[in-house]
Design a protein around this ligand. Structure first.
Ligand code: WT7
Length: 647
């Protein structure tokens, strides 16, 4: 692995950097001698209403489990993201909005952002939203989503953003789980020219959520719309009456900031809970350091605010640094496959952050759609969401970045709040496909299946031995599940769920999930969720879902389905079941392959042996291994035969 090509910092890379190689080494050295001094410096980059004196109080042991950071300090997130910039750069652009339709774009200055956020904070207050209340935000990628997120932080409400691509059922589940009494949505979203009926979906979802008191409906004009009595508030009818001033609620560093649902290996999605101080410290630090953010840079992260990447690197990280962040409503291939590169030229984007699945899809279109654009403004490229294959990395580097821009391949998770293992732009020599090293203060360790620490060049399960400020603090409403899920597989360590290799140079290479979580186009999907959606259909007796390598999506979804006795296994039924899953969960969970399975490989105690199914889906029936423990080994031959039949 160490013979992988090493890319030094490109010669033309702008200097001085925010953190150069020497600066990065100095941070690592400081951590080694006085860790708290490093954490203190990071904490002091924020404005505190009451400064912290305590820095870190952590134990990953079950008996005295605790994670607290900067815990006697008080601060407000919106104040850090907005107010503190007004004196020097109130007229600077905070958000650039680029609509799905290329003729729509506008800018929002920090001054305007302050007014928009405060008005919405006052509006929510007037309708009863209080500190600690959960507010569900179900919105497209438009600045209004960020306004409401920031407005929540202004008054100490806890937002739960639900991706606009999720179904009414998924939305309802998330509203119910965190007992959210308020929802923010809009009539519809538009992506790639297609409309998404968010308000209609919300109305459907709320049939299951009797406790929701108000729906704030984002609209430009105060006119008739789908209304449910006094429940719905068209914000255009009331916003003008709201004051553009709203006091920022002083929040304890460990007060909840937001909940974000993500898929696990079992059961329903977990409400990952992040708290105020540590999360913002980590989002702010990683944004500035990893991307080499410099004052005046235009930063574009293509992720939706429905995912953690959108939280940390569309909204909180950039704004905490007073940056200009681009919000893009659309998709990479609409109206043409040059869209990304055209937007980069149009808005003179300096730092561009996207996902391998998008890079691979665009790579497929050849170099010409890229080369016909300038991209001269670009300085740093980023990748996130799944391992980037070296071929896509090289294309991104050579064609998109013209060999001038370092690529930061950032490994992290919803749970980690921000980057943990990643190059620092301009400071770390790069290996295509490797996330390189941990950031200062982050302590990755590799363990084998029994939890034994592995040293040197090795391969195993990725754990983090100690806390960092942006670590999630709990699963909303189920702290026991939090400890059980992340700290009990390898007691005393945070288990990431990822497999990893470490090479002779100490570079980390993430190999993907080792649990029953799929990564489809950078989206996390639990196999259990797809299975329960399938078995909820009247024709399905049993289902087992596994991932398989997919050229564009990284992983695809392969479903082995056993039908109820007497049901005819037709092609139409496959279409029906695919649509059913899309409706139950959302289009991101759409099955790629449905294979009829007269029987599933089970042990004598009835456990499905997914290992075998995975090998079949991966097209490696020769690598099945020992199947003698199966209750009925003959089902395997049937499945291998069936797998050749494409749907
Ligand atoms: C999982 C987390 C991190 C925000 C977006 C996804 C995979 C993420 C990388 C990367 C290899 C990566 C991991 C991780 N992953 N980034 N740079 N290289 N794998 O957040 O939905 O919480 O998913 O995404 O498997 O565990 P998420």
């Amino acid at each position: 692995m160490s013979d992988q090509q090493l890319f030094p910092v490109p010669a033309g890379f702008l200097r001085p950097q925010t953190v150069d190689a020497a600066g990065l080494k100095a941070q690592h050295d400081l951590v080694a001698t006085d860790e708290n001094a490093h954490w203190r410096t990071l904490g002091e980059a924020l404005d505190w209403i009451e400064p912290f004196t305590k820095i870190k109080d952590v134990s990953f042991n079950r008996d005295d489990f605790r994670i607290r950071w900067y815990y006697d300090g008080k601060l407000n997130v919106s104040q850090n993201c907005i107010d503190r910039h007004l004196k020097d750069r109130g007229d600077q652009v905070a958000f650039i909005f680029e609509g799905d339709d290329p003729s729509t774009s506008y800018s929002v200055t920090y001054n305007r952002l302050a007014a928009e956020v405060n008005k919405r904070a006052n509006l929510m207050k007037q309708y009863g939203v209080k500190k600690g209340d959960r507010v569900t935000i179900y919105m497209p990628m438009v600045p209004e989503a960020a306004y409401f997120m920031l407005a929540c932080t202004r008054i100490g409400a806890v937002h739960s953003v639900v991706f606009g691509g999720f179904s009414p059922d998924s939305l309802a589940g998330r509203i119910l789980d965190c007992k959210s009494e308020f929802v923010v949505t809009t009539h519809e979203g538009v992506r790639g020219g297609k409309k998404i009926p968010l308000k209609a979906n919300t109305d459907l979802a709320l049939l299951q959520c009797p406790d929701v008191k108000h729906v704030f409906v984002v609209a430009d004009i105060c006119d008739v719309m789908l209304k449910h009595g006094d429940r719905d508030i068209n914000i255009a009818c009331v916003l003008d009456e709201m004051s553009a001033e709203c006091p920022a609620e002083p929040m304890g560093a460990e007060d909840p900031l937001f909940i974000l649902y993500t898929s696990g290996s079992t059961g329903k999605p977990k409400g990952v809970l992040h708290t105020t101080g540590g999360y913002l410290v980590w989002a702010a630090y990683t944004f500035k350091t990893v991307f080499d953010y410099q004052a005046g840079d235009v930063f574009w992260c293509t992720a939706d605010v429905g995912w953690v990447t959108g939280h940390s690197y569309v909204v909180y990280g950039p704004l905490a640094n007073g940056a200009t962040s681009l919000i893009f409503e659309g998709v990479p291939n609409y109206p043409t496959v040059s869209r990304f590169w055209e937007v980069i030229d149009k808005h003179q984007v300096n730092i561009f952050y996207t996902a391998p699945t998008a890079i691979r899809a665009l790579m497929r279109e050849g170099d010409e759609p890229v080369k016909k654009t300038s991209r001269a403004s670009l300085r740093v490229l980023g990748s996130v969401g799944e391992p980037i294959n070296p071929e896509a990395w090289l294309w991104y580097y050579n064609v998109v970045g013209d060999g001038r821009c370092p690529i930061v391949d950032t490994w992290w998770q919803t749970e980690t709040g921000g980057h943990l293992i990643t190059p620092v732009a301009g400071a770390t020599p790069l290996k295509p496909g490797s996330a390189s090293y941990a950031l200062p203060g982050v302590k990755p360790v590799i363990v084998d299946a029994e939890g034994k620490l592995l040293s040197g060049a090795t391969e195993g399960n990725l754990c983090i031995a100690d806390s960092w400020p942006g670590q999630m603090r709990s699963i909303y409403g189920d702290h026991a599940r939090f400890i059980e899920t992340y700290f009990s597989t390898y007691p005393g360590k945070y288990f990431t769920g990822d497999g990893v290799k470490r090479d002779e140079d100490g570079y980390y290479w993430i190999t993907g999930r080792v649990d029953d979580v799929l990564n489809v186009s950078g989206h996390r999907i639990g196999t259990a969720e797809v299975e329960s959606a399938l078995v909820a259909h009247e024709t399905v007796a049993e289902a087992a879902v596994v991932g398989f390598p997919h050229d564009i999506k990284g992983q695809g979804i392969w479903c082995f389905v056993t039908l109820v006795k007497g049901v005819e296994p037709t092609e139409e039924l496959k279409v029906t079941l695919r649509n059913w899953v899309r409706r139950e969960i959302g289009p991101i969970a759409s099955p790629d392959v449905i294979q009829w399975a007269p029987g599933l490989p089970k042990t004598r105690s009835g456990k499905i042996m997914r290992r075998i199914l995975r090998k079949i889906a991966e097209g490696q029936p020769e690598a099945l291994g020992d199947i003698s423990t199966l209750a009925d080994p003959s089902v395997v031959a049937d499945l291998i035969k069936g797998a050749n039949l494409k749907i």
